[in-house]
Design a protein around this ligand. Sequence first.
Ligand code: ADP
Ligand code: MG
Length: 351
Amino acid sequence: MAHSPVIRQLDETVINRIAAGEVVERPASAVKELVENAIDAGARRVDIAISDGGKGLIRVTDDGCGIPAADLPLALARHATSKIDGSDLLDIRSFGFRGEALASLGAVGRLTVTSRARGAGEAAQVSVTGGVMGAVTPAALTRGTVVELRDLFYATPARLKFMRTDRAEGQAIGDVVKRLALAEPSVGFTLRDVTGDGEGRVSFRADPETGDLFHALRGRVGRVLGSDFVENAIPLDADREGLRLTGLAALPTYSRGSAVAQYLFVNGRPVHDRLLIGALRAAYMDVLSRDRHPAAVLFIDCDPQLVDVNVHPAKAEVRFRERGTARGLIVSGLRHALAEAGHRASSTVAT
Ligand code: ADP
Ligand code: MG
């Protein structure tokens, strides 16, 4: 008879590496986590530099609240966060709350965090390589935080093999930055590709708050997605049972051959959610042929209690308490707006 296999408690580094597989799928996921941290820190400006599709370098610089030197080791530890106290997982207003990103990144790349907490006399720095943390040392930085991640996935060669070309990974990073720029119009962003001599650069400047929703929306959407999109889009503003839908939806004539131009946000969080994407498709069903995809920027806002964001480690999916309400709001809100714009659906389907 075979012996029972030995059950072992895995060590911290291995645990972090396993968790990192879910949180950091590719360089764009690392950029997403770091930029979200900057926004959570109240940054007004976020500068991102990448090289080699993010595999060589990702550096995110912000002017947010910073991290006190004494807290740096904790910030890099797993399940350590300043954003929730755990008492109400349905009342989450920050991007982060799982306390996993920095620990995961430190397990699969060479991570250095330099930060100066507001009011602190000097900055401090700490590095983690392959899950092993060095000492906290004094550093030079006037404000905010700089997180530098080099050689992503060097510690997990199997994952590295799954990376696509630098160009494709760089595009995915650009897409993440676009989504977060759409979500945060009052924050300025720059994204620089410093591979070799440094070519590409995009920047979305911070928009002044005007109080006029559609003016602001058109401004930022125009700068991020192009004025073409805005000129071919109609404004949305509808609500249903505590959920509000706002955004810009492109006319059917401005549809795309793929689903690339669909930007969905729930309480300011960019999501890739099947329920919402399905509702978007359904709304255009009668005015768009099957091989075309609607282009739209949709924001759904509601009391955080009505939606669970703790569904997926990368927080890309959400779960509405009333799924039917969310779907119905999108379908009817969009159909109504399209009909007003003269693209009345050939048949009226009850929602
Ligand atoms: P989470 O965002 O879920 O809290 P992270 O691992 O991403 O987990 O970050 C851990 C903690 O480190 C955060 O809760 C925050 O206190 C601190 N932190 C991370 N990045 C920044 C930043 N750019 N500015 C200020 N604090 C930060
Ligand atoms: Mg985070």
